[in-house]
Design a protein around this ligand. Structure first.
Ligand SMILES: [Zn+2]
Length: 165
């Protein structure tokens, strides 16, 4: 079965590799992932370079050996598939980001709605800085609520969420 992600198609091969990364994450307890590459003119995606830990969320992403980098997949060792603001920032700048959760085996992709706009991109980056990057250590309830409100606003406004079966 092929999962449609807006104009792209996620094949079973890629979903199998995502599930392998989730299993590996349970063993190693570390974030793992890989890039998703689009080779024109087909809508089919191929997997790109692999990443470990922080590499999976730092921009610019590693290049695709062939094709254009359109987003990535990464695992969450703890928590579910809910995205961080950094995840949504990457999904916005590229075209999408997929997340696999080690605690419930779910995979969800966050696909940008419409075209990339510089003002929206700047707004997401500012919010990330203000309510996510600035919080180090354990967040207070107020900080958490602020973060969650900002994250949900970005999520609802700019993304379509696709559950990968
Ligand atoms: Zn994430």
């Amino acid at each position: 079965m092929v999962t449609k992600l807006n104009s792209y198609s996620l094949t079973d091969d890629i979903v199998i590799r995502m599930r392998q990364k989730i299993e590996e994450t349970k063993q190693k307890k570390i974030e793992l992932g890989f890039g998703l590459c689009h080779i024109k003119p087909a809508d089919i995606l191929k997997t790109g370079e692999e990443c470990t830990g922080d590499q999976c969320s730092i921009l610019p992403m590693t290049e695709c050996p062939t094709g254009v980098y359109i987003g990535g997949f990464h695992t969450h060792p703890k928590g579910g598939t809910q995205p961080s603001i950094a995840d949504l920032r990457n999904a916005y700048i590229n075209d999408l980001e997929c997340v696999g959760a080690a605690n419930n085996d779910r995979i969800r992709c966050f696909v940008r709605i419409g075209t990339r706009k510089p003002e929206d991109e700047q707004n997401i980056k500012s919010l990330e800085e203000e309510v996510e990057t600035s919080v180090t250590g354990i967040a207070t309830i107020e900080q958490y609520n602020r973060w969650r409100k900002a994250r949900d606003e970005i999520w609802n406004k700019h993304f379509q969420t696709v559950t990968v079966q």
